[in-house]
Write a protein that binds this ligand. Structure first.
Ligand SMILES: Cc1cc2nc3c(=O)[nH]c(=O)nc-3n(C[C@H](O)[C@H](O)[C@H](O)COP(=O)(O)O)c2cc1C
Length: 386
């Protein structure tokens, strides 16, 4: 029921571990597989520095979960409220290290899920991308994900040429991870596809800066950040994915802010075939992978769907790009109202009152929709009044 064909890769379910620390060693990847991952994208592989040391460093701490004014409350994560910022500077696996990992992962004590190796060449140095691609295909990668980083000051724009360089070198599927939050995906994604990419991952956000502060300590959590994640960015990524879906016809892997099955379903409704999870693994452990897959399955059964394709992209037609003008709409209170009064204070037009223990809307209602969106009992409906 959950199985998908993602650019030729056969996945038992669409939930993929995103490229980061949870996929940085063979043991980490085994844990992901044991916990139900459909596939894994490895931590990005890079060439070592000029001294032969793995690129990257060891800033600590490197990951900050954040959802309250001064830090993190796990109870809110259960409800979907978490965001994260992180330093990606960790020793990147070298091609030799990744080749060793692949040998183990493809061996008798390995895993039976596709391993997508993320590669990260140097900006403007196509030969480095070509060589990494060749080495990783030879080492047994099932596919490659190109880390299309927007990592100031090195790279300010997505470079689709990387896709054509890598495609001309290897036979395995090539997925391009788009990170250009400031770019228009309807312009860039078709160029990436024209360059030969078999699939696109979006929206990766590393290279996007952000600051959050600990007010008690009176200082930022980190002196700098090089990546952001979490549900607060999901709407941005969902819009990005919808534009890739509407401007290309390659499979898409949705990433950023996926914490639960519903988040994953949203990406699929926007056209994604697979989804990638990172921050939620930090916050809740690898078990979140199986929870997400099982949650998608339960939702599909409830809805009567037999395959991911049955509902993939189903919400896209609602994105018309225009909203109705001069709509004669007003709030109406239904029987579900409990009289909790929560909506009363929110009305900027003073149109809501309590009458016989229930909310009552008078003719001053502007139709703005605030009470409708606030009511946790879904007791308010927006309807035409003419
Ligand atoms: C510590 C850390 C390291 C990361 N390293 C990489 C990387 O090497 N390559 C890559 O493409 N993305 C990397 N990412 C980005 C994630 O793959 C993902 O795009 C991002 O975390 C957003 O997803 P989330 O909201 O589920 O966390 C990293 C993320 C974190 C937290």
């Amino acid at each position: 029921m959950l199985s998908v064909d993602f650019c030729g890769l056969k996945l038992k379910n669409p939930v993929i571990v995103a490229s980061a620390t949870p996929s940085i060693t063979a043991d980490a990847i085994k844990r992901a597989a044991e916990n139900g991952a459909g596939a894994v994208v490895t931590k990005s592989v890079m060439f070592p520095d000029e001294n032969g040391r793995p690129t990257g460093a060891n800033p600590r701490p490197k990951f900050q979960l954040y959802n309250t004014p001064n830090g993190y409350d796990p109870a809110l994560t259960e409800k979907g409220g978490m965001f994260s910022f992180f330093r990606i500077e960790e020793p990147y696996p070298t091609p030799e290290k990744m080749a060793e990992m692949l040998k183990e992962l493809k061996g008798p004590n390995g895993v039976d899920i596709p391993i997508i190796v993320s590669i990260c060449g140097f900006t403007g140095n196509y030969e480095s991308w070509r060589r990494l691609a060749r080495m990783m295909e030879d080492a047994g990668a099932d596919a490659l994900e190109l880390n299309g980083h927007m990592w100031n000051p090195y790279s300010k724009y997505t470079d689709p040429v990387i896709a054509s360089v890598v495609k001309s070198e290897v036979k395995i599927p090539v997925i391009f991870k788009m990170m250009g939050v400031t770019e228009d995906p309807t312009e860039v994604a078709p160029k990436i596809v024209a360059a030969g990419a078999d699939a696109i991952t979006g929206l990766g956000t590393f290279g996007l800066d952000g600051i959050e502060l600990d007010v008690d300590a009176e200082k930022p959590w980190f002196s700098e950040t090089t990546g952001l994640g979490g549900p607060w960015l999901r709407p941005v990524s969902l819009a990005f994915v919808s534009r890739i879906a509407n401007s290309t016809n390659v499979p898409i892997s949705g990433v950023t802010g996926i914490q639960c099955a519903e988040d994953a379903i949203k990406y699929i409704l926007m056209g994604a075939t697979t989804v990638q999870v990172c921050g939620a693994i930090y916050a809740r452990g690898y078990k979140v992978l199986r929870e997400i897959a099982e949650g998608i399955e339960a939702w599909m059964k409830k809805k009567g769907y037999n395959s991911i394709e049955d509902f993939r992209g189903k919400a896209l037609p609602y994105l018309t790009g225009t909203s109705p003008q001069d709509q004669p709409t007003r709030a109406f209170v239904t029987d579900r109202c409990t009289g909790c009064k929560m909506c009363l204070d929110s009305c900027m037009f003073d149109a809501l009152h309590l009458k016989d223990g229930k909310a009552f809307v008078d003719e001053r209602c502007d139709g703005c929709g605030v009470c409708w969106s606030l009511c946790k009992f879904r007791a308010i409906e927006m309807r035409d009044y003419k």
